[in-house]
Design a binder for this molecule. Structure first.
Ligand SMILES: Nc1ncnc2c1ncn2[C@@H]1O[C@H](COP(=O)(O)OP(=O)(O)OP(=O)(O)O)[C@@H](O)[C@H]1O
Ligand SMILES: [Mg+2]
Length: 427
């Protein structure tokens, strides 16, 4: 018994590959983000220093005092102009520092990390790269920043007037895009693998299908020639034994079996080409299968009650030969699923109407199908029988779904209680 079929193994391999790639991408991305965030923290620290320097009242005071002194000095005629100039140029040096902070450290296109500066009482002193619309709650934003970045403390003022302010900062757009990136990558990968898998499946399916068609046509062809010659020989036998009752009845029996063989060859031929559908009621076809299967029962050594329950006289588009083959496969499986020893064993075929569909149920009191294998039973090659090919149900599925545009599925099943396989046909 094949428990892990190739298709599920391929699925497992593909999914593991996807998880592995996604995991690697997440880890790599995280390393990258951490590195960038380290850089960003350094930038914010630098910016905070510049900010600290610029707003420090001591610096502002010094600057104003110096300018005032220079102004006052220039009012005294006995003080040389050069002194005032010297003082002004000293103040201009301060301007150079401003230039450094404004042009190098804090230009918006270089440093675009959202920042909120708060004083000790929680008052927002300054903010950058945060849209200030009505209802923007700066404190809440600062709190959310604090969750992943420790705020930077800046200090200014003289000893007794010293005060602290806190720089809360968020993430730059680069980091935000990077965080998003693994999801995009994962999505694209999943899509690619999905498309690859579907393509692979459809290729194998069409390969299988071509194999089916080729094999069945060949089988029909191979059977055809000896069958017609057997018919010829039979005719000769009958002619020669016109007066011999016993031999004649044997000849007729052989003819019956040969006719059945011819029917089988016919089926093989049909499955290889587009079969013709006729609007018919399935009862006569079912009757034929039941009587044939009942004849086989004694050789199986089982006593099984084969019942039929026709609840509608509605007709459906059916190809009699192929439909007969399908029902035969289902009843055969049902009979196989019943153990010799059980009492009141039965197989029941019900035909009913549901909406605009014909419903045909094949029910048995057999072993049931393990839930694990519900999907497998319709795949070619899956069999739990010693001498099974695992072709019956996949052939039946093909007959019902491809040639009759219907559906076939396990309607219900319970271990050691029985199974109902349902066919629905459009009308
Ligand atoms: N009515 C049923 N009750 C229990 N198990 C079933 C029933 N029908 C099918 N199965 C399970 O599904 C498997 C596949 O069935 P399928 O008819 O395709 O192949 P098979 O009967 O094993 O071989 P064969 O090619 O001769 O038909 C069976 O081996 C059996 O385990
Ligand atoms: Mg079978």
């Amino acid at each position: 018994m094949n428990t892990l079929l190739p298709s599920s193994r391929i699925k497992i391999i593909l999914v593991s590959l996807l998880i592995l790639l996604a995991g690697a991408s997440f880890v790599y991305n995280q390393i990258l983000i951490n590195k960038i965030m380290e850089q960003e923290r350094k930038s914010v620290e630098l910016w905070a220093k510049a900010f600290e320097f610029n707003v420090d009242p001591v610096h502002l005071e010094v600057s104003t005092t110096l300018n005032r002194v220079a102004d006052m000095l220039s009012m005294y005629p006995d003080v040389p102009d050069s002194l005032a100039r010297m003082i002004r140029s000293a103040e201009a040096a301060k301007f150079t520092e401003d230039f450094v902070t404004q042009e190098i450290i804090t230009p918006p296109d270089l440093f675009n990390i959202p920042v909120i500066v708060m004083d000790e009482s929680g008052f927002v002193v300054h903010y950058r790269f945060i849209e200030d619309e009505e209802g923007t709650d700066m404190e809440a934003i600062a709190e959310s920043f604090a969750e992943y970045h420790e705020p930077i403390t800046i200090t200014f003022g003289e000893e007794n007037q010293m005060q602290n302010q806190y720089v809360y900062y968020g993430e730059s757009p680069t980091v935000r895009y990077l965080r998003f990136f693994p999801y995009v990558q994962f999505g694209i990968l999943a899509l690619l693998l999905g498309v690859g898998y579907i393509t692979y499946k459809s290729i194998t399916r069409s390969e299988q299908s071509n194999l089916w068609v080729g094999m069945t046509k060949e089988a029909a062809h191979q059977l055809g020639t000896p069958l017609s010659s057997i018919y010829g020989w039979l005719q000769l036998l009958k002619d020669k034994n016109q007066d011999d009752e016993e031999n004649l009845s044997i000849a007729y029996e052989i003819e019956n079996d040969v006719t059945r063989l011819k029917g089988i060859a016919e089926r093989f031929n049909k499955i290889g080409s587009q079969p013709e559908l006729k609007m018919v009621h399935p009862e006569p076809i079912i009757d034929e299968v039941i009587s044939y299967m009942k004849r086989r029962l004694p050789s199986l050594g089982k006593s099984i009650d084969v019942r039929k329950n026709i609840k509608t006289d509605m007709k459906a588009q059916i190809n009699p030969e192929l439909f007969q083959w399908a029902v035969e496969n289902l009843i055969k499986n049902s009979m196989d699923a019943i153990k010799e020893t059980v009492a009141d064993a039965y197989v029941a075929i019900t035909v009913d109407k549901e909406g605009n569909q014909m419903v045909i149920d094949v029910e048995d009191s057999g072993s049931g199908i393990d839930r694990k294998y519900l999907k497998e039973v319709f795949k070619p090659g899956y069999s739990t029988k010693k001498r099974g090919w695992g072709l019956g149900l996949s052939l039946t599925k093909r007959i019902i779904e491809e040639y009759h545009k219907g559906k076939i599925f396990v309607y219900s099943t319970e271990l050691n209680k029985g199974t109902v396989i349902r066919i629905t046909l459009p009308i």
